[in-house]
Write a protein that binds this ligand. Sequence first.
Ligand SMILES: *Cc1c(COP(=O)(O)O)cnc(C)c1O
Length: 237
Amino acid sequence: MSTRADELRSSLQQVRERIEKACQAAGRSPDEVTLVAITKTFPVSDVRALAALGIRDVGENREQELRAKAPDCPELTWHFVGQLQSKKARSVARNASIVHSVDRSSLVVALSKAAVAEEKTLRCLLQVSLASYGSSEAATGAERGGVAPDAVPDLAAEVASADGLELGGVMAVAPLGSDSDEAFAGLQEVASRLRSEHPGADWISAGMTGDLEAAIRRGATHVRLGRALLGTRPPLG
Ligand SMILES: *Cc1c(COP(=O)(O)O)cnc(C)c1O
């Protein structure tokens, strides 16, 4: 009889093999790539099962779900990866250690205030729009959010000088219909320019179930995997 834990053990093993293969092909060590399990829509029992299998980093894309699950597993490192309204900044600062989706000044101000109030340091990644890289005419990155590459230096300076925040690097989602390899090559350039100004900002969060190989080839340090680990998500209500 196959239990959910067996299912997760087997998918985690397959994912680890995919990451290892991709690293091998890219001449990188798997130790350079952190797997962040994106558990959105799945119950906290799945989070606990993944933790029992060695997962330490978990991510959510909605504040409400983060708030519901994170307090049950405080030993894990919680990442917030979704679009964030400033009024939800306090809750996210309380429940997560890393925010991957910082894309505007007003959010920097809100997160800084929230982190100070929570007396913690929040690691912030700038979400970069890759609409100008590797996109066909039809593909638009707009709906996936993010700051334009040209605006990264200014936003980075704001995060770097904000109380309670630490600039961690960049994050992106490949635009729909784009060539993910070209898109992530663009992200890698943005990341390397950022690092020359801010040496500690060395994370590249890129790669999901469909494109983790391209992301690892292009320097991803954090891959965000949902479906490959947990299976098909029920449609959002
Ligand atoms: C859902 C989600 C993921 C995981 O996507 P999968 O295709 O299920 O691996 C990664 N990043 C973000 C921002 C997400 O919202």
